[in-house]
Design a protein around this ligand. Structure first.
Ligand code: C5P
Length: 426
């Protein structure tokens, strides 16, 4: 039997008020069985002393490569080559900018450049700094370089500002770190380290898979959708505490256990099921690839191939998402998908407003290795009233599902705080 090696994680702590929360990240990783080493920037030491991390990690905390006390003369190389994951939490706007541009003027930034292990960054800063186009550009650059970013939460910050910028919850950082280390599955079933239950109050209705539009009893019009994206969303939402109901077309993969599944075949069946269930849902995610056209007259008997040519008259199917989007109730969130082959963002933006959605997930289905039937996807998320789009590089569908749900959670927090602010004024 092969021995399971303990996973080594490095935590880089940079100079923000949230530096003290890195202690919880360190403890969480240790509780999950990881060996953790810590590096800090000089400014981070103003917030938490290196001694705290040294006592908890049992290892020398590196701040300065060149320090006489440093036991390793080329620490950034040795350190970066002996870890399975590098977590930078909290990451300041300054560190993000340096990392995005390859500046290596301290231990953390040099280690980043020398590191071949996966990188996970959890930024934290004032919301104006976070929303600044320069920071957003740097975050996008890092994502394009393959870095996994855990976006900050919305809330009140140390400076009193309310908005996005607060370090994501340490439990969430630990859970994403374990997911990257490939440990999630074992951990989920064996220990208390569950994903953060941030969808506990939600009842989510998800459509998945293709629809089939009959031409006669043996033939139909359909598409290449497998149902994998919708099912990945359902599974991730359940793991995060939501109650999930799926309206599925005929799929090539099995739905996640634990979700209630309503089986449908045609767009009309799917529409009827969604209309029946929608009032009970707090969130609707339309991941199904609903056929846009159906035979105007489907034949009850198998059509004969006696003629050399056959003209099939088609008519539009109902647009389910548009119907529920235009009738959405206060508090309901509507998430659509847009499978495009050209002008991906602008077409998705149009659908977002025409269908009265809160969020749309656009994917370029002409791109190889992603989209229909694939286990991976690369998407762009557009959110209502937000000019900044979020690009998720090619990742596994479960990973993309969690990134979409992260945005749903943020949007829910924003709408809830906007609603309570409105009520408090009344
Ligand atoms: O307009 P388009 O078909 O590109 O929009 C895609 C989005 O609308 C997807 O979320 C899909 O599930 C939904 N849709 C629908 N009913 C249709 C067509 C698409 O609900 N007839």
């Amino acid at each position: 039997m092969s021995e399971v090696r303990v996973k080594r994680v490095a935590i880089g702590v940079t100079g923000g008020i949230a530096a003290y929360k890195s202690i919880e990240v360190l403890r969480g990783l240790q509780q999950a069985g990881c060996e953790v080493r810590v590096a800090m920037t000089r400014h981070a030491c103003e917030f938490v002393r290196p001694l705290t991390f040294r006592a908890l990690s049992g290892a020398y905390v590196i701040v300065d490569d060149y320090s006489a006390e440093n036991p390793d003369p080329i620490a950034h190389i040795t350190f970066s080559q002996t870890i399975d994951l590098f977590v930078i939490a909290p990451a300041t706007a300054n560190t993000l900018a340096k990392l995005a541009n390859g500046v290596a003027d301290d231990f953390i930034t040099s280690t980043y450049l020398a590191c071949t292990a996966p990188i996970l960054i959890a930024p934290a800063m004032n919301s104006v700094m976070w929303s600044h186009p320069a920071t957003q550009r740097n975050v996008q650059k890092l994502r394009n370089d393959g870095v996994r970013i855990i976006e900050p939460d919305d809330g009140e910050m140390a400076c009193g500002t309310i908005g996005p910028g607060r370090l994501s919850h340490p439990e969430r950082i630990v859970s994403v770190a374990l997911e990257i280390l490939g440990e999630t599955r074992q951990r989920l079933s064996t220990s208390e380290s569950k994903p953060v239950q941030d969808l506990i109050d939600e009842r989510i209705l998800i459509t998945a898979g293709p629809t089939r539009e009959p031409i006669d009893p043996v033939r139909f019009i359909s598409n290449r959708s497998s149902g994998k994206m919708g099912f990945a969303l359902a599974r991730a939402a359940m793991q995060r505490g939501a109650q999930v109901r799926i309206v599925a077309g005929i799929t090539t993969v099995v739905p996640p256990s634990g979700a209630e599944v309503i089986e449908t075949t045609s767009a009309e069946d799917m529409r009827a099921a969604v209309i029946r269930e929608i009032d009970d849902a707090t969130i609707f995610i339309s991941a199904a690839a609903v056929a846009d056209y159906r035979a105007k007259h489907s034949s009850p008997k198998k059509l004969k191939k006696s003629e050399a040519e056959m003209i099939l008259e088609l008519e539009r199917t109902p647009d389910i998402l548009k119907q529920v989007g235009l009738n959405k109730k206060t508090g309901q969130l509507m998430v659509g998908f847009a499978a495009e082959t050209d002008d991906v963002k602008s077409n998705a933006q149009k659908k977002l407003s025409q269908k009265n959605l809160d969020m749309i997930v656009a994917n370029d289905v002409s791109r190889e290795g992603s989209g229909f039937e694939s286990d991976n996807n690369a998407v762009t998320i557009l959110v209502r009233d937000n000019p900044l789009s979020i690009d998720i590089p090619l990742s596994s569908k479960p990973e993309v599902a969690n990134r979409i749900l992260d945005e749903v959670v943020k949007l829910r927090r924003r709408t809830t705080s906007a609603m309570s602010a409105k009520h408090s004024k009344l």
